[in-house]
Design a protein around this ligand. Structure first.
Ligand code: AMP
Length: 380
């Protein structure tokens, strides 16, 4: 190991690559622990800049700026998985980057990710590599229709994917994604989608938050609720899967593993969809519903500190994203009992852009609210 594994001290500076809402929430958690943050992002309007001690506005390819940034901090982390490999390499020459390059490599490319997960004996959707329109035809012949064609890299929030249905012209589908290297996935007939947000510390200690259940709309996470309505054995298996992945990567920090819950031979089964080597939208409820949020947990892990408590403070919790115009309901949400509102300070509202979220803890003395009572903004 090129660097000492000695823990950071309060007063130290953590470096955060990426200035979106995740970086902002990491910086806020770091500040609560007496740490300062230096945020590096090419966009001068980054929401994380509002809450950090230092900022660098420069390209991820600007090696001189990267070196200056890294030498000003004790440890470097990131809020997005598409950190270019060379960027991570340059930073790692100066300071520890946590999670490290192995985590980035395993999560940046959907084919590498699925092969890695499968190599650990963990189930995924059936998948095949697709490099040309011709290989797409062969893959579709094997996996059938419908199936999902996804770009190997740079897909997020449902972008970079298209469904291959009956009648879909394969050459057109391949071209529509830019004729780049892709993966074809069989459609998993899932009952629900869940994720495990977990952390692995520098000494290998592991801790997971309760498994949560996620609902996506147009490929964007809309709602999460914890605990997920799955059998205890399924929840335990989901956590075990996250731990196997984290251990195999020698991971340090918070990671999220998204999974499908299917019913196979009458019992619940899990298939991993995606690994996010970072704090994750489906863990935002931890800020209000646990003693140690995923953001604080990430800071603790990358600083070499012990992990914090992950137990739910109520019987359950729900979180809803405020996407695009939904954020204009903020005033009404402020008046909803038990609702904790988070706004990201983004100047410009755009369709599909995550502007904030709210959470609500279900008190231990109450039953979980019925579905039609869940959304305090539904009638607004
Ligand atoms: P992804 O970008 O891979 O996370 O996909 C976004 C969403 O599309 C997932 O959360 C699922 O709702 C759906 N999806 C993606 N891949 C599959 C699959 N192989 N089978 C069924 N649904 C999928």
């Amino acid at each position: 190991m090129p660097f000492s594994a000695s823990p950071m001290e309060p007063g130290g500076i953590i470096g955060i690559l990426g200035g979106g809402q995740l970086g902002r929430m990491i910086a806020m958690a770091a500040a609560r622990l007496g740490l300062r943050s230096h945020v590096y992002c090419p966009d001068p309007d980054s929401p994380a800049f509002d809450v950090c001690a230092e900022k660098t506005v420069a390209a991820y390819e600007d090696e001189a700026a990267l070196r200056r940034f890294a030498s000003s901090v004790g440890v470097v982390t990131y809020e997005f998985e598409n950190v270019p490999a060379r960027t991570a390499e340059v930073l790692a020459q100066v300071r520890p980057v946590r999670p490290d390059a192995a985590a980035l490599a395993a999560s940046q490319d959907r084919l590498v990710e699925k092969e890695f997960v499968a190599s650990l004996g963990i189930a995924t959707a059936p998948f095949l590599a697709v490099d040309t329109a011709g290989s797409l035809a062969r893959a579709v012949a094997q996996l059938g229709r419908p199936s999902i064609l996804k770009t190997r890299r740079f897909g997020y929030d449902g972008k970079g994917q298209t469904v291959v249905k009956e009648g879909t012209d394969l050459a057109v589908a391949f071209r529509s994604l830019g004729s780049v290297p892709c993966i074809l996935e069989g459609v998993v007939p899932f009952e629900r989608e869940v994720s495990v947000v977990a952390a692995r510390a520098l000494d290998g200690a592991f801790s997971a938050y309760p498994v949560c259940e996620n609902r996506h709309e147009h490929g964007i996470l809309q709602r999460s609720a914890a605990p997920a309505a799955v059998a205890p054995a399924t929840a335990a298996q989901a956590v075990a899967i996250a731990r196997t992945i984290a251990d195999a990567l020698g991971y340090v920090g918070v990671l999220a593993v998204e999974m499908f819950v299917t019913r196979e031979n009458g019992a619940e089964a899990l298939r991993v969809n995606e690994i996010a080597p970072r704090v994750h939208n489906s863990g935002h409820w931890t800020s209000d519903a646990t003693a140690c949020s995923q953001f604080e947990q990430h800071v603790r892990a990358i600083c070499g500190w012990p992990l914090g408590a992950t137990a739910l403070l109520g019987a359950g919790v729900e979180m809803e994203n405020l996407v695009g115009a939904a954020a204009s309901g903020w005033r009404r949400l402020l008046g909803c009992e038990g609702v904790a509102l988070h706004l990201y300070g983004k100047a410009e509202e755009r369709p599909g852009r995550k502007m904030g979220h709210w959470t609500r803890i279900v008190p231990a003395s109450c039953d979980k609210p019925a579905d039609d009572e869940r959304n305090p903004d539904a009638t607004g």
